[in-house]
Design a protein around this ligand. Structure first.
Ligand code: GDP
Ligand code: GDP
Length: 433
């Protein structure tokens, strides 16, 4: 399943204002505990139980006059290929410009759902002006004010109708995506896994000509690898290389059950890797970290530990993630990567029976209850795992509002200590009973 909403349009129409509005709450949470760079232009949004990734294309355009029109045109083409829904934003205060017309021409040829979003309708007196945008030839128009948020609900109600349904998990093959910065060794590991036995591997063309799903039935495992490696040199405009690779990365990530984040041991775990990590975590994907080119590191008996600690400091509080140290060129632990991904796949799908969950957790809770607040005591009566694609637990109690963040962490850590959830994001809720 992959639901990517791309906001396209010329500069200054209000794309990033809308992007911020759609992603703001979650962004605040992430920035809070990780200190990741703020200049990310993609994030997770939610509307009426639909989760989707929003990408603000404008963030990737360089600010030089002679490139930007070409860059924008190319971004629209990439968005048409890669996104599930396109929001074409225009500005009611300026009316239709030449660049708007050009973009509309590209979009009219696309098969993807396109929404004409007329922005900056801060008051109804501008409503008459907005009818001009019907002449773009893209059907219905949606009038909004990104600044105040008016009209965005009506827009999203329509947008979510175009999302793919969650596919049935039963009998589905595990899907693993190998994601990482250029040159970390993604193609090398895939080639190494493919090896000589090409007939075992069936490359299945995905929704676009170069989205490759490789089916492996080998090493005792039956799984799909989503290949993001071959995605350089697809853009003509230099500024769009990052945009394109972000788009492909998000798509691979959304389709995957387990995200294998590959880094170069020499370069370390950087801001970009952290962004991927948090996106995977927010999407409730399984995660494995692979530190490749381990052969290039001079080692003593502490090196592994130091590496692990450095990475865990950056991914905190989600530190229960397996880290595999590989050298693809020396054929070290390549299979371990697949075995670990497979283990994480099962951890993420793990269902703890209610009786077992309560047998384990209630005595712990009795011994370490939530601290009382203003003389009020929280009594937790029982817990149950909620059905879903990733582990979710509800704890029923009298006063859920008095349970604070540190206790959520405590419960999550206890679940991790007592059951095997390594690599799988866990959600914990306290509910009224
Ligand atoms: P982008 O270049 O398309 O990402 O546009 P921005 O989001 O940076 O917005 C460009 C300018 O338009 C900024 O000064 C915004 O404050 C302003 N703007 C964005 N949305 C609205 C809106 O709904 N109403 C008004 N009046 N101004 C807006
Ligand atoms: P990608 O861009 O992530 O697909 O990276 P590639 O697989 O193309 O690898 C980039 C370069 O790193 C190539 O020259 C590989 O031979 C080299 N490389 C890959 N894995 C290793 C490794 O484990 N050790 C060393 N020393 N080099 C590696």
């Amino acid at each position: 399943m992959s639901n990517i909403v791309a906001i396209v349009g010329r500069p200054n129409v209000g794309k990033s204002t809308l992007y911020n509005r759609l992603t703001e709450t979650r962004k605040a949470i992430v920035d809070d505990f990780s200190g990741v760079t703020r200049d990310r232009h993609y994030g997770v949004s939610e509307w009426t139980d639909h989760k989707f990734t929003v990408i603000d294309t404008g963030g990737y355009v360089a600010n030089s006059e002679d490139v930007f029109e070409a860059a924008i045109r190319e971004q629209v083409i990439i968005a048409i290929e890669e996104a599930s829904v396109i929001l074409f934003m225009v500005d009611v205060t300026t009316g239709i410009t030449d660049l708007d017309d050009e973009i509309a021409t590209l979009l009219r040829r696309s098969q993807k759902p396109v929404f004409v979003v007329v922005n900056k309708l801060d008051n109804n007196s501008q409503l008459a002006d907005s009818t001009e945008f019907y002449s773009l030839g893209l059907g219905e128009i949606y009038t909004i004010s990104s600044m105040t948020g008016s009209g965005t609900g009506e827009l999203l109600d329509e947008v979510v109708k175009h999302f793919e349904d969650v596919e049935l998990e039963e009998n589905a093959r595990p899907k693993y995506a190998i994601i990482g910065r250029p040159n970390v060794g993604k193609s090398s590991i895939i080639n190494s896994l493919i090896g000589e036995e090409r007939n075992i591997v069936t490359p299945i063309a995905g929704t676009t000509r170069d989205s490759i799903h490789i089916h492996f039935n080998k090493y005792g495992h039956d799984f799909m690898l989503i290949d993001t490696a071959g995605l350089r040199k697809k853009t003509k405009v230099k500024e769009n290389i990052e945009f394109y690779s972000v788009m492909r990365t998000i798509k691979a990530l959304e389709e995957a059950d387990v995200v294998i984040i590959m880094i170069d041991a020499v370069e370390g775990f950087e801001a970009q890797d952290m962004n991927i990590f948090h996106l995977a975590e927010k999407n409730k994907k399984g995660i494995v970290i692979v530190v490749n080119k381990w052969d290039l590191i001079e080692k003593n008996n502490k090196t592994v530990k130091v590496f692990e600690e450095t990475i865990r400091e950056k991914t905190a509080p989600f530190t229960d993630v397996p880290i595999v140290f590989t050298s693809v060129t020396e054929k070290q632990r390549v299979l371990k990567v697949i075995e670990t991904a497979n283990q994480v796949y099962y951890n993420r799908a793990r269902k703890v029976p209610t009786s077992k969950l309560n047998d384990v957790m209630l005595p712990i809770i009795e011994k370490y209850p939530p601290p009382s607040i203003k003389g009020k005591y929280v009594k937790i009566k029982y817990a149950t795992q909620i059905a879903g694609t990733s582990p979710m637990f509800a704890f029923f109690c009298n006063l859920p509002q008095y349970v604070k963040e540190p206790y959520y962490r405590f419960i999550e850590n206890q679940l991790r200590e007592n059951f095997e959830f390594s690599g799988a994001p866990i959600q914990v809720w306290f509910r009224q009973k």
